[in-house]
Design a protein around this ligand. Structure first.
Ligand code: SF4
Ligand code: SF4
Length: 209
């Protein structure tokens, strides 16, 4: 009889423990249900790169003077500047220019030191290719302007994952039904326009007084 009672008591204890652990697990699940999403549904949603993002390099062929400063300052001497000396004009003539983005570390040295500013870093970060040789961009590919995330009609651009409104420090404080932590780019532009309008109104009122 005692053995049977002990078995019942052990069973009750284990059931209680199991219920406790299930409750703990579900509390985490329910807590996440009330949180806002932190994932980006790529490629339908894309983050807008920051202003100083160091993405694919853009090159302006006409501005290049073939000085090769970009090669000397590059930690891996990467840019290939193919030029010849034009004896009549007594000037270097650029034939081809290329950068291999399969090797480039996007440090930005070449952009920083180019004397004619013909190099710039763009916001383009989608450089995947099936063949690594396709990453060796010639001057034509380097001269292509980047595709802006904000101008792609197939994409919902997102400014930041956790761009919280002023005064809100915790995503849980945001009103229910708000889609994400942060405003969409068009909302930010609208807000900036509104603020600018308010400032202009205030300035004109001050002038009248
Ligand atoms: S970004 Fe850096 S690694 Fe890439 S080409 Fe320029 S200097 Fe070289
Ligand atoms: S530093 Fe600028 S101007 Fe000189 S070769 Fe490189 S890209 Fe051309």
């Amino acid at each position: 009889m005692l053995k049977f009672l002990k078995q019942v008591s052990d069973y009750a204890k284990e059931s209680f423990q199991a219920a406790k652990y299930i409750g703990q697990g579900l509390s985490v699940t329910f807590d996440h249900m009330s949180r806002r999403p932190v994932t980006v549904q790529y490629p339908y949603e894309k983050l807008i790169p920051s202003e100083r993002y160091r993405g694919r390099i853009h090159f302006e062929f006409d501005k290049c003077i073939s000085c090769e400063v970009c090669v000397r300052v590059c930690p891996i001497n990467l840019p290939v500047v193919d030029w010849e000396f034009n004896k009549e004009q007594k000037k270097k003539k650029l034939n081809h220019y290329s950068i291999d983005f399969g090797v480039c570390i996007f440090c930005g040295n070449c952009v920083e030191y180019c004397p004619t500013n013909c190099l710039s870093m763009t916001e383009e970060y989608e450089l995947s290719a099936y063949d690594r040789h396709e990453l060796n961009y010639d001057n034509v590919a380097l001269g292509r302007l980047p595709e802006k995330v904000t101008l792609d009609p197939m994409v919902t651009p997102m400014r930041e994952l956790a761009y919280l409104p002023k005064g809100v420090n915790d995503p849980h404080d945001l009103p229910k039904g708000a889609q994400r932590a942060g405003q969409r780019p068009e909302q930010i532009l609208e807000q900036l326009e509104r603020e600018k309008g308010d400032r202009d109104d205030a300035a004109s009122d001050a002038e009248k007084n």
